[in-house]
Design a protein around this ligand. Structure first.
Ligand code: SAM
Ligand code: SF4
Ligand code: SF4
Length: 337
């Protein structure tokens, strides 16, 4: 109640206060996906493009590092935390430790929602994801031929099978989503995509999102082709109506200057990133969880440095997910004590 009143006061006075800890944390427990792990290589995927080019290696975050992050969240952000995501650059169905991560998370953070994302193809592993509060699928096509074009693999039926197994085993209150990332190839067919999943999988919540872009994200640029972000956002609103609009810039809630302002991500190399948008971690980071204890800082320190940086970095400057009024929103921002 007090928090609500505070927010109303801030809105009336025009002074926005930002939380002293992120609401969403993404943990890159492994970066296993792409041709070697799943037989798909989505044409908009930055992290797997880096791996295929030999600029990154497959890796797994040690369990004790994942637990350290969860302990830090419990210590510094417990009351504010909304979502703990176990994925970033890999695939949820390649992570057998999900049940342990979920258990540890619920023990320390009973109110935080646990979630993963998957392409669904490695469906034989689906049971590991079932303890989570949410399982999200990304299947950006509704026919085998379109699937092949976008996900660059012949696995449309496998992806659907993964979705079906999950829906069949779903617990009451467990949320299952199916996402479509817009590219030049599926743009003309978005209504059909929406209808296909709505009719055949009514228990899965459909979401359509535009492509996130920034200075180093060549796959995203290529996947967009001539399609502009305005066109993608119009399509989301047009097809989706009132739901699933979280990725459109003009509908970003008042308190946020960009789509991912409440998100912090830690990649498999331990780098504490700006958010889950992509760039080389050496370019923009706020420390490394593998060195955090030895060097005497916490995730809260990293988050405060991130807020203090105020988009003054290459990734944010080139990012397409900023609100048109982000400069003013940022100037009004104060950090909640
Ligand atoms: C990198 S994937 C990792 C999880 C899983 N492999 C999957 O594809 O769902 C995380 C999410 O980011 C989406 N994604 C990847 N590149 C994107 C981009 N440039 N713009 C918007 N979403 C993107 C994926 O489609 C997926 O929904
Ligand atoms: S399924 Fe996810 S991680 Fe794998 S290639 Fe596609 S977007 Fe990238
Ligand atoms: S502006 Fe910065 S924090 Fe916001 S979505 Fe873009 S990269 Fe992330």
């Amino acid at each position: 109640m007090i928090r609500k009143l505070k927010k109303v006061f801030e809105k009336v006075t025009g002074e926005r206060k930002w939380e002293s800890f992120p609401q969403v944390i993404q943990i890159d427990t492994n970066n296993h996906c792409g041709p070697d792990w799943c037989g798909v290589y989505c044409n908009y995927c930055y992290p797997q493009w880096k791996i295929v080019r030999g600029e990154r290696k497959y890796a797994e975050m040690p369990t004790n590092a994942v637990e350290l992050i969860l302990r830090q969240i419990a210590r510094h952000g417990k009351h504010e935390m909304d979502l703990v995501d176990f994925f970033l650059n890999g695939d949820g169905f390649t992570e057998p430790r999900l049940p342990n991560f979920h258990r540890y998370s619920k023990k320390l953070l009973p109110n935080a929602i646990t979630q993963t994302f998957t392409n669904g193809v490695r469906w034989e592993n689906y049971e590991a994801a079932m303890p989570l509060d949410r399982v999200c699928f990304t299947i950006s096509a509704h026919t085998p031929s379109l699937y092949k074009k976008i996900h660059r693999g012949n696995h449309f039926e496998d992806a659907l099978h993964g979705l079906e197994l999950t829906l069949d085993a779903r617990k009451q209150n467990q949320r299952v989503e199916v996402h479509c990332v817009i590219t030049k190839d599926n743009y003309p067919h978005l209504r059909n995509w929406w209808r296909f999943f709505g009719v055949n999988y009514p228990d899965a919540v459909p979401v359509i999102s535009p492509l996130v872009g920034s200075y180093d994200n060549a796959p995203s640029r290529l996947a967009a082709g001539e399609l502009t972000l305005d066109q993608m956002e119009e399509a989301v609103i047009d097809v989706v109506g009132g739901e699933g609009r979280m990725w459109t810039r003009e509908l970003i809630p008042d308190e946020k200057p960009c789509v991912l302002w409440d998100n912090m991500s830690v990649d498999v190399g331990g780098w504490i990133l700006q958010c889950c948008n992509w760039s080389p971690p050496e370019d923009v980071n706020y420390g490394n969880v593998y060195k955090m204890e030895e060097e005497g800082y916490t995730l809260r320190d990293a988050w405060r440095n991130r807020l203090e940086n105020r988009m003054d970095n290459r990734l944010c400057q080139s990012c397409n997910m900023k609100h048109s009024n982000h400069v003013k929103r940022m100037a009004d921002m104060r950090v909640r004590a």
